[in-house]
Design a protein around this ligand. Structure first.
Ligand SMILES: Cc1cc2nc3c(=O)[nH]c(=O)nc-3n(C[C@H](O)[C@H](O)[C@H](O)COP(=O)(O)O)c2cc1C
Length: 362
């Protein structure tokens, strides 16, 4: 039985293991509930869901578990791109549309309304709200605090962790450069914030008082034990949960993860306009020399949506966004409960071995 620490106590969970909220359908209510039922914290990746979609999913999670869970949002402001930058990107994307038999259409909106999404989280009184890409306005955070919602922010540097702490979050995710999906960087240039988990976590832990959760490349119990050694009090796993039975990740995405290696991924702006780590493919390769000209998130994300959707229908990995971290060889199949049980069991073994055999070291 694991002793409680500040993370498990605050989240009211058994094991310090969080399943990352992953926008785009990878974290359906079945997965979220299974993780929470197994003693971790399941998270609904709600970034791309409509307000009513979020409400439905939250209710579905609650019908499956009475345990705590989180909802994750992408802090996004309404944008007005210049027609020129949109046209330039559309022209780069048109050849793929032609290949897929699609006609170019201007997206009706670039992203869901963050304000409406957050409103639903309040109305549904979700127990934990986690977020990335920025810090929500103080008026929102204040209301969540008054309601007793636990707040988790994402940092990729010490300075971001300090800003989150100042804003009053309860827990900070330190997202290392190994992490799959979008970089959470919000204070400073993202290329300077590519700090590996091993270097980032102890520096963040030294500089903030709030408990730290390590994310990026954690796939098994060795990763959990290492994160604890670095001063984290929990881990957040994304990629490892994508290949679970309850995952909503596309089967082609799952196959690519299971056959991938530490060399398979790259950080790209091609799909969304924001740096994100995914498995290298044709679209990423083709647009690599044009990345600087692409419009920012969420514009580019909206412009590539039709292509990504059609490619997924065709089971074509070359034009899909296959977000994944660097720990690919450590991915495995099984249920979410199996994964949590294994991660926790392996960590116990590592910690026991390290403390039993100290004569091996000094
Ligand atoms: C497919 C995918 C989608 C992601 N979407 C989100 C998201 O919507 N919100 C978020 O805070 N983090 C998101 N992340 C990042 C995770 O929170 C986490 O930082 C990352 O998965 C940790 O690295 P790992 O993939 O090596 O475990 C995503 C990651 C992946 C792989």
């Amino acid at each position: 039985m694991w002793k409680q620490n500040r993370v498990t106590k605050r989240l009211n969970i058994r094991y310090p293991v969080i399943q990352a909220g992953m926008a785009g359908g990878a974290t359906p209510p079945e997965l979220v509930a299974a993780v929470s039922e197994a003693g971790g914290l399941g998270t609904l990746g709600a970034g791309y869901l409509s307000p009513e979609g979020i409400r439905g999913a939250v209710r579905e999670i609650r019908s499956r578990t009475s345990k705590p869970f989180a909802v994750n949002l992408l802090v996004t402001e309404a944008v007005k791109p210049s027609p020129k930058e949109v046209r330039r990107s559309q022209e780069l994307l048109d050849p793929y549309r032609e290949e897929l038999g699609l006609k170019r259409q201007e997206p009706a909106n670039f992203a869901e309304s963050f304000e409406e999404q957050i409103q639903v989280l309040m109305e549904e009184r979700v127990p934990v709200f986690s977020f990335t890409f920025d810090i929500p306005e103080e008026r929102w955070l204040k209301r969540f605090r008054e309601m007793g919602t636990t707040l988790i922010g994402t940092a990729t540097t010490v300075r971001e962790a300090q800003l989150l702490e100042k804003a009053g979050v309860d827990l900070v995710v330190a997202q290392g450069a190994e992490a799959g999906g979008h970089r959470g960087t919000f204070a400073g240039p993202s290329d300077r914030a590519m700090v590996g988990t091993l270097a980032l976590v102890p520096q963040v832990a030294d500089q903030v008082k709030v408990p730290v959760i390590a994310a990026g490349g954690v796939m098994d119990g060795r990763g959990l034990a290492a994160a604890l050694a670095l001063g984290a009090e929990g881990v957040q796993l994304g990629t490892a949960f994508l290949t679970c039975e309850e995952s909503g990740a596309h089967p082609v995405h799952q196959e690519k993860i299971l056959s991938g290696t530490e060399e398979s991924t790259v950080v790209t702006r091609a799909f969304s306009g924001k740096p994100a780590r995914g498995i290298r493919n044709r679209l990423i390769q083709d647009l690599s020399s044009r990345e600087r000209t692409l419009p920012p998130y969420p514009v580019q994300n909206a412009l590539t949506r039709d292509i990504r959707k059609a490619a997924a229908l065709n089971r074509d990995p070359e034009l899909m966004s296959l977000w994944a971290g660097q720990g690919l060889r450590l991915s495995r199949r099984g249920t979410a409960e199996d994964l949590i049980r294994k991660v926790v069991g392996e960590a116990e073994e590592v910690l026991r071995r390290l403390t039993r055999d100290t004569s091996r070291y000094f």
